[in-house]
Design a protein around this ligand. Structure first.
Ligand SMILES: O=C(O)C(=O)C[C@]1(C(=O)O)C=C[C@@H](O)C=C1
Length: 363
């Protein structure tokens, strides 16, 4: 079900924005000097709109650097005063939120571990109630779109209209090249459920390593994300947290130069008409596909009836294995992605077995 919440487009609270929303700054603020030097370098690149700096750092295990705490809010005030950039930090409980609002921060974001806890989100919502804060909400650590959406609703129910969702990837359940795997399916679903919610991407936490930032950032723009939150540090090699994924402001500039920014519409009538022609062809092919599937269903049901009359099982492992191998090979020859063919035929077969067992168990 699509929900039309009252959520402002980014331009409403950042009127001078003329590009994707770029939020950048250190993973953690370490000293006033580090905060300010990084900020001054970033401010020279007019594509950076918001400065970020973590002061309270939720770390997976105790013993690592957990942020400088409240003193960092003063450094953010200095950054704002000296560079004119709006500033933001992560908040993870009511006390952080109160302190950040009192310090006049422009943007607060809720981290992935906090989004996963409705109690924490509600606690934050109760504090921001009635303010005109900008709240960014990272996805929960698990790809649960309802939990992500629930966090947006809680903040929105507190009267907050300036909300942005951040895709920062999900905790992997096996070894992957990325630190947190990007799950675009969940992002697309969130966009479908909340069509007017701006979504940006945090390639730093997805990548875990600088070398992957470009491919993830480009993919984010290809998918229509409205901006990026990328970590940067004046000297990442001595960063006190997430050293491997931060960029110098100069390297951030180079990355931005390489990225192609895409828009939902081209405002180009000849492109639109070409697109229409191709979409009409896809519509026709899709209806053919469905008609073919319907014919297959008729035969599967017929087989189900024969199997019932002869007491034969619905599931036929040998036939199924042969069929799958054959379809995957055929798919390869036709240059269709192997995983796609496998998933497609798994779905088709699963439904055949469901239909046939229903036929067999009918009174
Ligand atoms: O070949 C059969 O026995 C069928 O019922 C068809 C079919 C299929 O959908 O292709 C369905 C179930 C079997 O496990 C194997 C194949």
């Amino acid at each position: 079900m699509t929900l039309k919440l009252e959520i402002n487009p980014i331009k409403e609270w950042l009127p001078h924005i003329d590009n994707p929303l770029l939020v950048s700054g250190p993973c953690s603020l370490e000293s006033e000097e580090q905060a300010l030097e990084t900020a001054k370098l970033l401010a020279q690149d007019k594509r950076v709109f918001i400065y970020r700096g973590g002061v309270w750092k939720p770390r997976t295990r105790p013993g690592s650097f957990e942020g400088v705490g409240s003193i960092g809010l003063k450094w953010l005030q200095t950054v704002k005063k000296e560079t004119g950039l709006p500033v933001g930090t992560e908040v993870a409980n009511a006390q952080h939120t109160e302190e950040a609002l009192n310090a006049g921060l422009d943007v607060l974001w809720i981290g992935a571990r906090s989004t996963a806890s409705p109690f924490v989100v509600q606690e934050i919502a109760d504090v921001v109630k009635g303010t005109d804060a900008v709240i960014m909400i990272k996805n929960p650590v698990n790809p649960d779109v309802q939990l992500w959406m629930g966090a947006v609703e809680r903040i929105n129910q507190a009267g907050i209209k300036n909300i942005v969702a951040i895709h920062r990837g999900f905790t992997p359940f096996r070894e992957t090249k990325y630190r947190n795997y990007p799950n675009w399916k969940t992002v697309i679903e969130l966009k479908r459920l909340l069509p007017n919610l701006p979504i940006i991407c945090d390639p730093s936490h997805i990548a875990g390593k600088r070398e992957y930032l470009y491919e993830i950032s480009q993919k984010a723009f290809d998918m229509g994300m409205e901006g990026l939150m990328i970590e940067s540090h004046r000297d990442p090699s001595c960063a006190m947290s997430d050293a491997a994924q931060q960029l110098t402001p100069a390297d951030l500039g180079k990355l931005l130069d390489k990225l192609v920014i895409r828009h939902e519409n081209a405002n180009n009538p000849s492109f639109e008409s070409q697109l229409d022609v191709l979409r009409n062809r896809i519509d026709a092919l899709d209806s053919e596909l469905l008609e073919i599937l319907a014919s297959r269903v008729t035969i599967v049901k017929q087989i189900g009836q024969y199997k019932r009359e002869n007491n034969v099982t619905a599931l036929q492992m040998n036939r199924w294995t042969q069929l799958m191998n054959n379809r995957v090979n055929l798919g390869k020859r036709l240059d269709i992605n192997e995983t796609f063919v496998k998933i497609l035929f798994q779905l088709i077969h699963e439904d055949s077995v469901r239909m046939q067992t229903e036929i067999m168990d009918e009174e």
